[in-house]
Design a protein around this ligand. Structure first.
Ligand code: CA
Length: 232
């Protein structure tokens, strides 16, 4: 198997160096950028398999980079956020990041997160040759095998995480799941994040799926409990 390429966009060279060292040791190819603009250029031209993206960066901050990358790519983006900047992770997720890790972080945790996010892409790639398994939910058609979703026949650009959440709920129509359950089932590995990750991903999904995201027809809120999928 080809080695996977990780792009590190982080201006603190000491942090970047230690991450690069550890990723190389794990067999990853690593490219680095020390400001947001160079990072964005490398993200768009270098086709990395995963991007590690710091928030506070010179020239262009991590949020702007994330937003720009998402205009043309669903590559997994793992944001590096500072502990005191609670708002960062939510904003990052809203802009399309897949995951975040809080500084200071342990190298083992970081590597585990990177591997989990990359395994997910491999899984998707293997599914793209799978036979279709399209389920119709009114105006929405979900190909459960191929990670494809169409609304009124038009393909939607979902990130892997968004797709997996949608698939999990749609395969279990009308069953209500708590945020904690969804974190465990959909995010999978020992997730240190908080349940707002689920809320943000639901919000992003609604913006893509629903005619009126404020008054959803597919992904429903059960107040005080969690979320469920309904066939309109
Ligand atoms: Ca920084």
């Amino acid at each position: 198997m080809d080695s996977k390429k990780v792009l590190i966009i982080e201006d603190e060279k000491s942090i970047s160096d230690i991450i690069k060292f550890n990723l190389n040791k794990e067999g990853f190819d690593v490219d680095t950028a020390y400001d947001g603009k160079t990072g964005l250029d490398k993200a768009l031209s270098g086709s990395p398999d995963l991007i590690l993206l710091d928030v506070m960066l010179p020239v262009m901050d991590g949020f702007a980079v994330c937003k720009k990358v998402r205009e043309s790519s669903t590559v997994p983006i793992l944001m590096l956020t500072a502990k005191e900047e609670e708002v960062d992770k939510v904003l990052g997720l809203e802009l399309g990041a897949d995951d975040y890790i809080t500084k200071p972080f342990g190298m083992r945790e970081l590597i585990a997160r990177i591997k989990a996010n990359i395994r997910r892409i491999d899984l998707v790639e293997s599914f793209q040759n799978a036979p279709s398994n399209i389920q119709d939910f009114g105006t929405l058609a979900i190909d459960l095998n191929r990670y494809e979703v169409r609304k009124n026949g038009i393909a939607l650009e979902l990130t892997i995480r968004e797709f997996e959440l949608l698939k999990y709920l749609a395969e279990r129509e009308n069953r209500v799941f708590s945020r904690e359950q969804l974190l465990e089932e959909v995010w999978g590995y020992e997730y240190y994040g908080d349940i707002r990750t689920v809320d943000v991903t639901v919000r992003r999904l609604r913006e893509k799926l629903e005619d009126d995201p404020g008054n959803p027809a597919f992904i429903m809120t059960k107040r005080g409990i969690g979320y469920y999928f309904r066939r309109p």
